[in-house]
Ligand binder design. Structure first.
Ligand SMILES: *Cc1c(COP(=O)(O)O)cnc(C)c1O
Length: 386
């Protein structure tokens, strides 16, 4: 009761992998040295291995949004037509960046909690044969929904458009086969499934997308992907890199490689499955029941209860930070994260805590019912007969 450990349980920033955190202490290092070039090259190679691609993979010193912006400013030109899929706050970010760079956007909008069907993307491409790009989220972190990127990629591959996927919470939580499916640009961020603090973003660039860089006339200076790719090949970055974060990334990538990138995804998928089972057992509804992803499970607060009560309950009773809804979803939903360095012990605790918070706030549930649901998913996956 009297000791509350601080626990960061949001879908970004996510819990830190301790050896990565410790590695950051060695950052009294100059970046134009052989020692650091080794670290940088190892990170780039590790990213390619974990993402499963031979395409150029470029780290940027920025939060994820910086890489989203760089993908537009480097690969598009003034007035280019683009198809923008919007089903949540991060889709709206694509819309905002495209607007800032004066692209001619065709917006495919769905309600929060929904997804943009690949068939809609295919129809929009057929109706707009001059479209130069398609922007989408693999995982829309604000609603917990997941897009069918394989089907969208199939629709885009046959056209001149390039597919730009915000995989910031899709990476490590759903398969994203860059070359096999035809993902021209995949964007990642350090503070999500990579288990390290915020400050780095990653971009993969296909040969089809590189062709666009040749003619792109939008203003760019700090985020110059061509320049950055050249530097990265030499184990350097164009500007001063985030040395401490690269040291952390190297450790985290080694860990992800040691368990296997597929197992990282499976881990999130199992936790998400267990969270959905717990929600059902507790009579709580999912916010995105049609296509729930595995990065985060967005759950509606019980009727008549503000989800802020649940978020506050976690903080006050258990020292834990869990995510409320964003924008107009604030107060309606709370989000249980699964991406990166989360495990079943975390989820047992979250669901046990949730049950107590619900009871304390006048929503009676049978204590242990949700936890049992999580235990059953674990037992089945671990081969424990129950
Ligand atoms: C976290 C996140 C981003 C990037 O947000 P930053 O605050 O810029 O790191 C973008 N898209 C999605 C889907 C995200 O979850």
């Amino acid at each position: 009761m009297h000791i509350k450990k601080q626990r960061l349980l949001t879908p970004g920033p996510t819990p830190l992998y301790p050896p990565a955190l410790h590695a950051m202490m060695a950052s009294d290092m100059h970046h134009r040295t052989e020692d650091f070039r080794k670290v940088y090259s190892s990170c780039v190679a590790g990213l390619k291995e974990v993402l499963g691609t031979s395409y150029d993979t470029i780290p940027l010193v920025a939060s994820g949004s910086g890489a989203m912006e760089a993908s537009i400013s480097n690969l598009f030109s003034k007035g280019d037509k683009a198809i923008v899929c919007v089903a949540g706050k991060f889709g709206e970010r694509w819309e905002g960046i495209a607007k800032a760079y004066a692209l001619n956007s065709v917006v495919l909008r769905e309600e929060y909690g929904g997804t943009v069907a690949a068939s809609r993307v295919a129809e929009a491409l057929a109706a707009n044969p001059d479209a130069k790009g398609v922007f989408i989220q693999a995982s829309e972190t604000s609603t917990g929904a997941m897009h069918d990127i394989e089907a969208v990629a199939r629709a885009v591959a046959a056209t001149d458009a390039i597919l730009v996927v915000d995989g910031i919470t899709g990476i490590g939580t759903q398969p994203l086969k860059i070359e096999e499916w035809g993902i021209d640009v995949l964007i990642g961020g350090s503070q999500k499934a990579f288990m390290i603090p915020p400050g780095l973003a990653f971009v993969t660039v296909s040969p089809k997308a590189w062709k666009r860089a040749e003619t792109s006339d939008l203003p760019k200076y700090y985020f110059n992907l061509k320049k950055e790719a050249k530097s990265a090949a030499a184990g350097e970055s164009s500007w001063t890199p985030a040395t401490s974060l690269m040291l952390a990334l190297n450790e985290a990538l080694n860990f992800i490689k040691s368990i296997g990138p597929d197992k990282l995804i499976e881990n999130a998928q199992l936790l998400a499955k267990a969270a959905r089972a717990a929600a059902a057992e507790l009579g709580l509804e999912l916010f995105s029941p049609g296509s729930p992803g595995s990065a985060v499970t967005a759950i509606k607060a019980p009727a008549g209860m503000d989800s802020g009560v649940i978020v506050k309950g976690f903080k006050q009773r258990f020292g834990a930070i869990i995510a409320n809804g964003q924008g107009t979803m604030k107060g309606q939903i709370f989000r249980v994260a699964h991406l990166g360095y989360f495990d079943f012990a975390d989820l047992f605790a979250v669901i046990a805590g949730l049950e107590l918070i619900l009871v304390a706030n006048g929503h009676p549930v049978k204590l242990g019912a949700g936890v049992t649901a999580v235990q059953r998913v674990y037992a089945e996956a671990a081969g424990i007969g129950v």
